[in-house]
Design a binder for this molecule. Sequence first.
Ligand code: SF4
Length: 444
Amino acid sequence: MEKSTRNLKNLKFYVHTFGCQMNENDSERIAGILSTAGGKISSSPEESDIIIVNTCAVRKKSEEKLYSYLGRLASSKKKKKRTIGVVGCVAQLYGPELLEKKSFIDFVLGPDNYNLITEIIQSNHEEKFASTSWSREYKEIPHEKIFRESNISAYVTIMEGCNNFCSYCIVPFTRGREKCRPLQKITQEIQNLANKGYKEIQLLGQNVNSYKDPETEKDFSVLLKEANRIIAIEWIRFITSHPKNFTKNIAETMKGSEKVCHQLHLPVQSGSSSVLKRMNRGYTREEYLEKITFLRDLMPDISLSTDIIVGFPGETEKEFKETLSILEEVRFNNIFSFRYSPRPFTGAYKEKDNVSFEEKKRRLIEVQNLQKKIQLELNESTIGKVMKVLCTGKSKKAPRIYSGRNEGYQVVNFKSKNDVIGCFVDVHITSCGPYSLHGEATKQ
Ligand code: SF4
């Protein structure tokens, strides 16, 4: 690599993020590294000297969105000379190929290479640069360097990568195999957040339930208990859980740790055992439902959400109907639903993508309409109740209305005469829609 020739001091940078919470947290880490080196974070790509695009490869659609965004950046680069870096999952997947295809990109870095970012920018991109090397160990970026979007709720990454190879999923090829972060580093970061006044933390990983401290082998339940002991943090959440690795012990720890929210995202993906087998998910419909029953017996107030894929190769109408019936049976509080799209390298990529686009579209609409009805019914049952809400800001649509989330992670918009941003507020629910609850703070 070139010797440093450019000082980052006072250069403006902008980070654009596609994808999940892991990517959001990575972008916060990248922003932290660049601002520690003297860069100034900017909210506008047009005004910036450096643009970092953090990418998602999980669905074909997310890649398409990226290419259209990159197209816009290419034209903006003609007007102003700037450094453009592409990082994250698409960067990992295509590496130097991306530099060849899109000549306006200056560097490409996979998720294990963010610690190189300052050096590359300082080298003034005389030569294009790509690094997509893997590490077998979790690469620590000092938590003091993270530039957090919120000063109320913070993401804390506990592990990265995945060993599961679900047949539709590209993650093991973009994030690599599981790498767990030392427990001590995680609790130090949480303690630091508590000292800064954060109220809520969200533990992140592709499969948090398989967490094991690399030194002591202490598992995810121990981590939850340790986090629960940290004073000042009031709510603890975690994502994502794999149903196969979600044990009774974890559920009991959730119940026994008063700060761990009674909220769980447990991706089922399909309600059909035969589709789940082809997806290589490692559980059947019946096993999934058993876990839901156990959870609800233990924590009757638990709020559940899930992911659904429709139109997986070979998914018959009968198998699709089983997905509709699992939605009716579980009555999730929220779902994230997608049309299947083949991803390179995955097991299912070799299968014929034989459910037509029109049919996938129809199935997705059917899933979403059913879920909308269920959510509206569940939300209506909360009218008249008072619930604790962590206020994170003002509503985007109505600036005089406050917004936050309840313990179940539902959006609650409410009226308050006092400025309550960053506070826990008791909200009396007066009305709702399928996607949010509305109410008034009880103490005005
Ligand atoms: S558990 Fe399956 S869906 Fe989740 S990241 Fe791993 S391979 Fe992908």
